[in-house]
Design a binder for this molecule. Structure first.
Ligand code: PMP
Ligand code: GLN
Length: 385
């Protein structure tokens, strides 16, 4: 091994490998069924693959324009308008990114300075807090309490100070599958009115929503949208998490600042995939039935675990299902998750990993973006525990 002997004042001294990488590796090492990291284990659309191939063959293999190819930005503008009746300008308000992670990181880096405070709701997706800390920002954690993981708005109001620069929201919510409702968005609009607070809205699971519920995008609230950056991911929408293509919507002034960083972080995003997605998005059927597709997956999973000792926490969106194992074990979540992999051959994510401080609600997150066969097999294992 090559040795570096100097000092390393780490920017992220508390941070190790992400829980998703840890659990997936553990699952692979033990040959376990992997319902931990969120990714589908079924094929993506042949048509979409053949369009990427087509554009590669046609020579679309060089740098795309920095903000993304225009046809893709135009069709996104159309799609968002049709869904939420808000028009984003393709030229100045939409930027294609290397997945949602890069959009989130760049957005945080563009606006958060030393000493700024950012409010994050816990349990929270793992990439938000490290990005804030890497910029010298301070994270303020607001708890979403089980069983329904709703925002406690009076508490959030108390957390806002003159240093609050950003509030990060995520609906449908990873890991809980809970949704923000219209009242939440109105509360947020009220709370941020006449402040300089920005809202970073992670909406990567916008189409994965069940039981006829509505996705309350910040785009539906024009006043809120005027201070918001909205993040989306084609990885979720087209089952292609490995493609790492997404986008961010924001008013022109915010987009301008975002792009100052974006051009030096990735510069531009995969060209042939952008062309293929621009075409594929023309047909609404390619994304409109995603909710019912994943609702069926959720229901197959639930049907197959109904005779188990795990208790179900309702999931209304995303491709995640929380299960409560309090009738089975008192072990801390990480230990129980390891035991599931090693002794029973199934991997899930401990919900404690989505919190800043250790806790044990005896909850695990299972990803049901899996073939029916995998879900049935998972059910068989969970029913034996
Ligand atoms: N936000 C949330 C809530 C996620 O669950 C994920 C990934 N699964 C991302 C962002 C990152 O998306 P991407 O893979 O497009 O970077
Ligand atoms: N977002 C995915 C999840 O929640 C994982 C992405 C990653 O591995 N960073 O499982």
């Amino acid at each position: 091994m090559i040795q570096f002997d100097g000092e390393i004042p780490s920017k992220l001294s508390q941070i190790g490998l992400s829980i998703f990488a840890v659990m997936s590796k553990l699952a692979n090492d033990h040959g376990a069924l992997n319902l931990s990291q969120g990714f589908p284990n079924f094929p993506i659309s042949e048509k979409l693959i053949s369009r990427v191939n087509h554009f590669m063959q046609q020579g679309f293999n060089q740098y795309a324009p920095m903000p993304g190819i225009k046809p893709l930005r135009e069709i996104i503008s159309e799609k968002v308008f049709n869904s939420h009746q808000l028009r984003y300008d393709a030229e100045e308000e939409i930027t294609i990114t290397a997945g949602a992670t890069q959009a989130l990181y760049t957005a945080i880096t563009a606006f958060i300075r030393e000493g700024d405070e950012v409010i994050i709701f816990e349990p929270a997706y793992d990439s938000y807090a490290p990005a804030v800390k890497a910029c010298g920002g301070m994270v303020k954690y607001a708890s979403l309490a089980s069983p329904d993981f709703k925002i406690n708005w009076p508490l959030v109001r108390q957390m806002v100070t003159n240093s609050t620069r950003m509030i990060i929201i995520n609906s449908p919510h990873n890991p809980t599958g809970s949704l923000l409702n219209a009242n939440d968005l109105v509360e947020l609009e009220r709370l941020t009115r006449q402040t300089d607070i920005l809202v970073l809205s992670d909406e990567v699971y916008e189409h994965l929503i069940f039981e006829g519920k509505t996705h309350e995008s910040v785009c539906r609230y024009p006043e809120l949208a005027s201070r918001s950056l909205v993040v989306a991911s084609f990885g979720k929408t087209f089952h292609a998490t490995g493609w790492k293509v997404g986008y961010i919507l924001a008013p022109a002034r915010l987009t301008k600042e975002f792009r100052k960083l974006h051009q030096f972080i990735v510069f531009a995003v995969n060209t042939p995939i952008q062309y293929a997605i621009a075409e594929y998005l023309q047909d609404k059927e390619n994304y409109e039935q995603l909710g019912s597709f994943y609702q069926k997956k959720r229901d197959i999973f639930l049907e197959n675990i109904k005779n188990s000792r795990f208790k179900v926490v309702p999931s209304y969106g995303t491709y995640f299902q929380l299960l409560d194992y309090s009738e089975i074990s008192d072990l801390p979540e990480m230990e129980f998750a390891k035991q599931l992999v090693v002794d029973h051959g199934i991997a899930a994510v401990p919900v404690a990993a989505f919190y800043n401080q250790q806790n044990n609600q005896r909850l695990l997150r299972f990803c049901f973006a899996k073939t029916d066969e995998t879900l049935i097999k998972a059910g068989e294992i969970l029913c034996r525990i």
